[in-house]
Ligand binder design. Sequence first.
Ligand SMILES: O=P(O)(O)OC[C@H]1O[C@H](O)[C@H](O)[C@@H](O)[C@@H]1O
Length: 265
Amino acid sequence: MCRSSIVVACLDDDHCGHEKHALCLQFSNHGPLEPHGFARNKLWSIDTDPPAFPTNSSSKAYIDLILKPSEEDMKIWPHSYEFRLRVALGPGGDLMLTSRIRNTNTDGKPFTFTFAYHTYFSVSDISEVRVEGLETLDYLDNLLNKQRFTEQGDAITFEAEVDKIYLSTPTKIAILDHEKKRTLVLRKDGLPDAVVWNPWDKKAKAMADFGDDEYKHMLCVEAAAIEKPITLKPGEEWRGRQELSAVPSSYCSGQLDPRRVLQGS
Ligand SMILES: O=P(O)(O)OC[C@H]1O[C@H](O)[C@H](O)[C@@H](O)[C@@H]1O
C-alpha cells in the first residue's frame, strides 16, 4: 500500500527524501474538504496485474496505483470512483504520470473535481530561474482573491512570492536553470491550467514543514485542471497526463523538444 503523497520520484540530488522537493499528486476538490483534497492522504493499493502499456510506447518500467473510496471515505465525499495512477519511467529517465479517474457511482449521480500534479522542482537559485511557455497568458492570482490578469510578454522570473493559476496553457512548459546547466521540460495532456508557486521568505518561515531558506531552491509548476472543474457521469472516465524530462543546458530557449536535444536530431 502507498500513500498518495508519497515521493513518486526525486528530482533533486541534494534533498532526496524531502517531500517538498519531490513529486506529489493531489486530487483537489472545491467545497468543505481539506485543502488540496483528500487523495494525497489516502492509502493506495498496487495493481499487481495492470493493463498492458500501449505498444507504441518505449516505456517498459511502470506501476499502477489504485485509489478507491472506503465506506468511511464515502461519509465525507459520497461518491464511488476508481482513480488509477500509472507511474512510468522512460529509457532516458523521463517520468510519465497518467491519471485516470472513473465515476463508478451506481446511484446515477455525477461528480465534479479539480486536479493538480503538485510538482516541486529543485532549482539552483530561484532568482536565476525562468519559466517559458506561460508568457502573455491570462492567470488567476491566488494572492489577490483569484483576480484575473494577463502576463507580460517576457519569460516568467521570480523576485517575490508567487501563487498563480495560468489558464489555457500550452502542452509544453520549460523551467530553465542555467546554474544547474539543465532545463526541466513539463509536457501535459488533458490539463489546461498550470499553477506556479513559490512561498518566498515570509510564507516559508510560517510553514511548519518547509525550511526558512528552502524557497530559494524550489519552484512548483503544476499541471492542473482548476478553472473548469471536471464533471463525470457514471461510467465516464477522465485522463490527465504529465511527463517530466531533464535536458542538458545546451537546450536552447524556445526549442521545446527534449528528444531532439537528447538525440541530436
Ligand atoms: O503545502 P502544500 O500542500 O504542498 O501546498 C502549498 C501550495 O501549493 C499550491 O501550489 C497552491 O497554489 C498554494 O496556494 C499552496 O500554498
